[in-house]
Design a binder for this molecule. Structure first.
Ligand code: ATP
Length: 363
């Protein structure tokens, strides 16, 4: 396996920058997810690494080689796509063997590699079947197997699970994770599904508008999003973001909502707000960190319930506050109704504060 280094990658189409100065390092054996909304440039970034689209500027290093001008077939990578791209007339065995035959490997070496890949992916019993005789999950496993037999330095995967139904996707998610752990493979994996990225990857590269927004472990990105985009993209339901004005409360720095209430801040949060020049601050809070009270409490902020969604284990409540929607999760035993006034209690140690103009996290 090998490490991969992207340095100042740029890809332009005409005047449009699909990938804008992306730099990151994938360590040997690391699983990195490129994640972001549709059109953010993640597939283009992967295709640049694969050599499938020409680079406008920047450098791509795989192992010890700069591969900018090296043909895709000589980059020592293997790709797994969303559409499995299997040969329909060939058996699973032949699908796996084909890339090795193309490389003119001896027949018994091919046989060994195919059988080993089938063993690793638990599909020895499927080797004689044709793709149409396989489930979607089994076809995806063959596609993985075909990448595996090539023994590449890096696996590149583009939304490999998005053609599977929800249940199978969850199952294949753990299979790919296992595949990574067993082989200690270097994997770059594109997905628009933040949950896939959070659950599978060692590190996630969150992209938006061609820019790399944050590159870190899922736990760090979740706990310390660098800006409002990352805060709202990672986590489900999304982090609530409430635009507020900086005010004072008995001489102390506070935040006020459009309804006229004000929220006292802890000394640490007050300092963050004072360090910023902006008069507008956006309060961020994840659903599980907000307490909902049915009666007025000291420090509680009144909000109007908008929708109530029971899911069985937990009930999701959306409430309106200062022109924004706030997601709160409550136990199913709590009964609330639309239009009811409730009081929200924010945990000062777990709220996030963003500059209302730059949208960057306050520090
Ligand atoms: P998705 O999840 O929808 O595949 P993505 O994040 O992978 O999105 P890319 O496919 O990398 O996005 O595309 C990034 C941007 O570049 C998009 O705005 C897309 O329209 C544009 N783009 C991609 N390929 C081309 C091309 N060949 N010519 C012009 N624009 C392109």
């Amino acid at each position: 396996m090998a490490h991969v280094v992207l340095t100042d990658l740029v890809k332009t189409y005409g005047t449009f920058k699909a990938v804008n100065n992306v730099s990151l390092r994938v360590e040997d054996g690391e699983f990195v997810a490129l994640v972001g909304p549709s059109g953010c440039g993640k597939t283009t970034t992967l295709n640049l690494v694969a050599g499938l689209v020409p680079l406008t500027s920047g450098d791509i290093t795989i192992g010890d080689r700069i591969v900018n001008d090296i043909d895709p077939k000589d980059r020592d990578i293997a790709m797994v796509f969303q559409n499995y791209a299997l040969y329909p007339q060939k058996s699973v065995y032949k699908n796996l063997a084909f890339p090795l035959q193309m490389r003119k490997l001896p027949r018994d070496e091919i046989d060994l590699k195919v059988k080993e890949a089938a063993r690793v992916l638990d599909m020895t019993h499927l080797l004689e079947r044709k793709p149409r005789e396989l489930s979607g999950g089994q076809q995806q496993r063959v596609a993985l197997g075909r990448a595996l037999v090539r023994d590449p330095a890096v696996f590149l995967m583009d939304e490999p699970l998005s053609n599977l139904d929800a249940k199978l996707r969850v199952q294949m998610r753990s299979e790919i994770k296992r595949f990574h752990q067993d082989l200690k493979a270097t994997i770059i994996y594109v997905t628009h599904d933040q949950l896939e990225a959070v659950t599978m990857a060692d590190k996630m590269a969150v992209m938006n508008g061609g820019f790399l927004q944050q590159y870190d472990s899922p736990a760090t990105v979740f706990a310390n999003p660098v800006n409002m985009f990352v805060a709202s993209f990672i986590g489900s339901p999304a982090m609530s973001l409430v635009p507020l004005e900086v005010s004072t409360n008995n001489g102390d720095t506070a935040l006020s909502g459009t309804e006229g209430w004000s929220m006292a801040l802890s000394p640490l949060n007050a300092r963050k707000v004072q360090n910023s020049t902006s008069k507008k601050v956006v309060l961020g809070a994840r659903h599980s960190t907000i307490k909902l009270h049915k009666h007025v409490i000291a420090g509680g902020i009144p909000a109007k319930v908008y929708t109530v969604e029971p899911t069985g284990d937990v009930t999701f409540v959306q409430a309106l506050l200062s022109g924004a929607t706030v997601n709160i999760s409550v136990p199913p035993t709590v009964s609330v109704a639309p239009d009811e006034t409730v009081w929200l209690e924010f945990d000062q140690q777990r709220i996030h504060l963003f500059d209302g103009e730059t949208e960057m996290a306050l520090s």
